[in-house]
Design a binder for this molecule. Structure first.
Ligand SMILES: Nc1nc2c(c(=O)[nH]1)N[C@H]1C(S)=C(S)[C@@H](COP(=O)(O)OP(=O)(O)OC[C@H]3O[C@@H](n4cnc5c(=O)[nH]c(N)nc54)[C@H](O)[C@@H]3O)O[C@H]1N2
Ligand SMILES: Nc1nc2c(c(=O)[nH]1)N[C@H]1C(S)=C(S)[C@@H](COP(=O)(O)OP(=O)(O)OC[C@H]3O[C@@H](n4cnc5c(=O)[nH]c(N)nc54)[C@H](O)[C@@H]3O)O[C@H]1N2
Ligand code: SF4
Ligand SMILES: [Mo]
Length: 732
């Protein structure tokens, strides 16, 4: 059953080193090629599961006809997506049938040359090599890197069993300052927004209409339709801006100045929520005298936003308070993009404090949390704790005192490999060669590893340089660990489960680890079955695994209600002055900090390069899906946005080819000349630049911001500062 519909191993063609691997000469999916196949009526079956198209893990009901995937619908009660599915969620159903998929474990036998091997051989060889490396260089020379999801706890268990503290996530390229800034100020790193009931919503470098969060998007629209005002601050006219009442065009990297000036106006005019500030905050007096210097006139200089616009924004928000809310941010201005992003997040949290919106209708709230159970330690002994520091210094209190354990700084891995401090890596559901800065250096580093094991379902850039590729079954083919990340206003628990049988010789991560563990001498920590594991997680919730599998997602109640705000900071208040930062001798109050780099305003060729998501692509991994690539091609969405005045000075017309270069890279892209962009920057959509030849649909289309981004470590947290890119642009 397993391999029949795919290609047999013998037919698996290995290309020449120069030409790259030709995995198979299969036909590519064309719109409806499979869905429309005329067939006799077949049994229709519904399986509830979770999408894997991005970190939202939307709950979906997938229908099969016979043994093929047919269609999907969103789960109506799911906290993250309330019945919705995006274009990627639909298109990725087809990806199960993409001929680029890896069909069995592979061993790399030369540059881009792979040989199919058995699981047994793969486990044996990986086991031997890992043991050798661990004995010779210590377990600290091993690392795991993943996009953490339900399976994250498994990876942690696996590395702990091996004796290594080195578990990395994508955090330093995505959300690090956002989480830490909120945590420092309010004690919680991811507050939710009651957009449905708000009267004013402000977005600062956050675009839920393309960096999708389907629940937020629905609630934003609902709030707006009920009369809330929607304002979007972005250097470009984003999709969220197109939904809103007002787009405020800001000079990139300067949102902190805007926030400080808004605080200045609200305090000076006495329009902040005084009762809230008095009862629930700490350090207001100091903060108030701090922001006295940040006048709207001063902020106009920094941000290029007219003074009156700033004053009006502050007044409108204050008038709507406490039912006024500033989005908590994600990856844009408040994520890992700027040197001042941490200060910006702190400032945004503080202005939300001035609005007094915490735990209020139409404001911010702490979503109810599900507390999952754990394995019975008598039956399933846990590996001894590993207390040592992470190899990248991210857990060193002297160096990065705030960077949380379990994430690390992923972009430090290449240098550590070059220095010989890291020798072997396991990379799961992550593609650092494409998603980390400065690919030349990342490639060099990863190639230095003595052992690189990739768990992927296609030969991504990273998988293509790995020594072994252990193909995980596609999300539609596998059962996973229980998820508890769907909680929005109530507690929810959900599960991903197989909709179809695996098409090829692939396995879910749980099974891979369980079967590989004995070869690494850690088999005794991986004796439970996935069902036993999931049952242990569900035990405290009073929900059976059987019921969860039947329903896919269960609402456990515990509805959020507005009320008294609670902050789990050291002072148990919202901290304008952060006690943690003060103890660390770091700036304890939001204060202006320049971005790391600025374009040369007198040079017509000099720009900041900014970037962002498009609704139909995830990172750089979905352009290998033919429908999604088609959306890009038909709408010409790969172009780089440039302001008409700047384009004119370079003699660039709409559609012309431009050469873009920075201190680390060079590339070409066509121009989209538009006044929907700040003149001092260009905007590059972040979904392109696939350079793995083994991804045949996506290969070679477009460029990536990482190609131009030097390897930086922000001084306090260590994140990538991926918006601190200066490029030179010329007409090609
Ligand atoms: N379709 C889709 N949805 C996704 C994802 C995906 O890949 N594709 N990924 C998910 C993940 S992991 C994440 S992190 C989120 C990311 O979601 P967002 O945080 O919304 O991410 P971005 O699109 O990177 O950036 C948002 C906006 O910031 C703007 N921006 C850049 N620099 C500045 C600045 O200095 N100031 C201001 N005010 N704005 C600036 C950009 O123009 C962009 O419109 O999306 C999630 N959802
Ligand atoms: N070029 C570029 N770089 C980026 C971004 C971007 O938009 N563009 N965004 C930044 C942000 S916000 C983030 S969060 C990070 C994300 O960084 P990564 O986690 O590295 O990003 P993804 O592209 O989602 O990589 C996922 C990898 O998992 C593989 N994969 C997909 N499905 C499965 C599966 O079912 N099982 C397994 N085992 N593997 C699977 C994909 O083939 C891909 O190789 O990247 C950051 N860097
Ligand atoms: S937002 Fe789209 S791609 Fe992401 S999980 Fe939901 S349906 Fe899938
Ligand atoms: Mo992200």
């Amino acid at each position: 059953m397993k391999k029949k519909r795919g290609i047999s191993r013998r037919k698996f063609l290995i290309g020449s080193a120069a030409g790259g691997a030709t995995l198979l000469a299969g036909s590519y999916l064309r719109p409806n090629s499979w869905a429309a196949k005329p067939k006799a009526p077949e049994a229709v079956k519904l399986t509830p599961t979770l999408c894997d198209g991005c970190g939202n893990w939307c709950a979906i009901n997938v229908y099969t006809k016979g043994d093929r995937v047919w269609k999907a619908e969103g789960n109506l009660i799911a906290g993250n997506n309330v019945g919705r599915i995006c274009a990627k969620g639909h298109a990725l159903l087809h990806e199960a049938y993409n001929p680029d998929r890896i069909k069995s474990p592979l061993k790399r036998v030369g540059p881009n040359k792979f040989e199919p091997i058995s699981w047994e051989q793969a486990f044996k060889e990986i086991g031997e090599k890992t043991r050798q490396i661990s004995e010779k260089h210590g377990p600290e020379s091993l690392f795991w890197l993943h996009y953490p999801e339900g399976n994250a706890a498994l990876a942690q268990r696996f590395m702990t069993a091996l004796g290594s503290p080195n578990v990395f996530s994508h955090g330093s390229t995505c959300f690090l300052p956002r989480n830490i800034g909120w945590w420092l100020t309010t004690g919680s790193s991811k507050p939710e927004h009651d957009f449905e009931n708000t009267r004013f919503m402000l977005f600062i470098g956050r675009n839920p209409a393309a960096g999708l969060q389907l629940r937020q998007l629905k609630d934003m629209a609902a709030g707006r339709d009920r009369g809330a005002r929607m304002v979007v601050v972005d250097p470009r006219f984003s999709e969220a801006a197109s939904m809103g009442h007002q787009w405020i065009r800001i000079r990139p990297g300067t949102d902190l100045a805007l926030m400080l000036a808004i605080a200045h106006v609200m305090i000076k005019e006495g329009t902040y929520q005084k009762d809230f500030v008095e009862k629930y905050t700490q350090g207001f007096e100091e903060f108030a005298s701090q922001v006295e210097q940040y006048t709207p006139e001063w902020a106009e200089e920094k941000t290029s936003i007219p003074r009156d616009t700033i004053v009006n924004l502050a007044r409108e928000m204050a008038a709507a308070a406490p039912r006024a809310v500033i989005h908590r941010g994600y990856h844009g201005a408040m994520g890992t993009q700027y040197k001042n992003s941490l200060q910006l997040v702190r400032a945004v949290a503080c202005v939300n404090g001035l609005l007094g919106n915490f735990n209020q209708l139409g404001g911010l709230f702490e979503p109810p949390k599900v507390k999952l159970g754990s394995l019975d330690k008598e039956r399933f002994p846990a590996p001894p704790k590993v207390d040592g520091p992470m190899v990248d210094g991210s857990t060193d209190p002297e160096r990065y005192p705030l960077t949380p354990k379990g994430h690390g700084l992923t972009h430090a891995i290449p240098e550590l490999a070059i220095e010989g401090k890291l020798k072997a890596g396991f990379v799961y559901h992550n593609n650092p060669l494409r998603t980390n800065p400065n690919p030349a250096r990342v490639i060099e580093g990863y190639k230095k590893l003595e052992l690189l094991v990739s768990f992927d379902y296609v030969l991504s850039e990273t998988a293509s340089v790995a020594h072994y590729i252990l193909p995980e079954s596609y999300y539609l083919e596998r059962d996973d660990v229980v998820h508890s990340n769907h909680c929005y206003k109530s507690k929810q628990v959900a599960i991903r489960q197989a909709v179809i049988k695996p098409l090829y010789d692939t396995k879910p991560l749980f099974h891979i680890l369980r079967e590989m563990a004995p070869h690494l001498g850690i088999g005794k920590y991986f004796t439970c079955t996935l069902d036993e594991y999931n049952e242990a997680l569900l035990a405290p919730l009073g929900v059976t695994l059987e019921r969860l599998k039947k329903e896919g997602l269960i609402d456990l109640g515990g509805e959020w209600k507005p009320g008294e705000p609670k902050f789990s900071t050291p002072s148990e208040k919202l901290e304008f002055v952060s006690s943690t930062l003060r103890d660390l001798n770091l700036p304890a109050m939001p204060a202006w900090e320049e971005p790391l780099v600025v374009p040369n305003r007198t040079d017509p060729h000099s720009f900041r390069l900014i970037h962002g998501k498009q609704a139909h692509q995830t990172h750089a991994r979905t352009v290998n899906q033919s429908y999604l690539k088609e959306i890009t091609l038909v709408n010409d969405l790969g172009r780089v946005w440039i302001h008409p005045d700047r384009a004119k000075a370079l003699n660039v017309r709409d559609g012309d080819c431009m050469t873009i270069s920075s201190s680390v890279g060079k590339g070409r892209a066509r121009a989209r000349v538009t006044d929907g962009i700040h003149p001092e920057c260009v905007f590059l959509p972040s979904g392109y630049g696939v350079f793995s030849r083994n991804l045949k649909t996506g290969f070679g289309y477009g460029i990536s911001y990482n190609d131009f981004l030097p390897t930086y470590f922000e001084p306090v947290l260590g994140h990538t500062m991926s918006g601190e890119i200066i490029v030179r642009i010329e007409k090609t």
